[in-house]
Design a protein. Sequence first.
Lengths: 173, 108
Amino acid sequence: MHLPALYRRLLSLYPADYREEFGDEMAWVFQQAHSDIRRESGFALVIFLARELQGVLVGSACERARGLFDSHTHASWKGGSMESKFRFPRATLVLMLLSLLAVVLSLEEARVVEMHYGNKVGMPPEWPMLLWIFGRILLIALVVASVLWGIFFALRRSGIQRLEQLKPWHDQK
Amino acid sequence: MEERLPLTEPVLLVLLSLAEQPRHGYSILKDVERMSDGRVALSTGTLYGALQRLLSRGWIERFEEAESMRDRRAYRLTTQGRKILQAEVARMKHLARLARLRTAKKGA
């Protein structure tokens, strides 16, 4: 398979709308750059291919991440304003997963504490176990903080703060 | 505007390339390499990632040239993009002047 054709295949790592917007241009630019570099040494070709591969892998990962956290960005490439006033951000999915993780960790923590101290009332806990528990509490605090941040982020992205700016219909007339 | 500064070197070079004249993607790639004496060699993926960010910020715009194919659309600087570039150049000039003054005092 020719390298430009292989590069076009690699572009499928990008989100579909990004590919639709830039895919043809990227394939053409790669083809031009590739035909230039073929006149140089084999080492230059290897460096070029490594750079292009890294560019596609990092670029597509960034675009996928951006698509997950910033669902309105894609509309703005095309100059149009396709943002809806109230939307369900995809970050909410991440938030739900974090919440689930926090619940599972809390249940696991409760089970460990119950197992170790359930029948040792009044006995001082040993240090390694204390450190272990503190570490887990820290982890839970981190997850809870992420969840709280996620809630604020989701609310802000959902446009709920704009509710305050809404005027009754009769005021707008 | 200042909160977007400083610009990264690839973004600065892309803007400088478009400040001279509108260009296609491949032309930007070659111009950036030429301006940096081969030190900054952007991959196609990196270039289009930067172009997409610049488009979404409204610093550049894409346009179709007459008799142009879809895979050869060109980019040009917007008024906002030019202002950002001027602000960045002014910031760098200030830093260079400061560095010259401080290093001159040290040497004296």
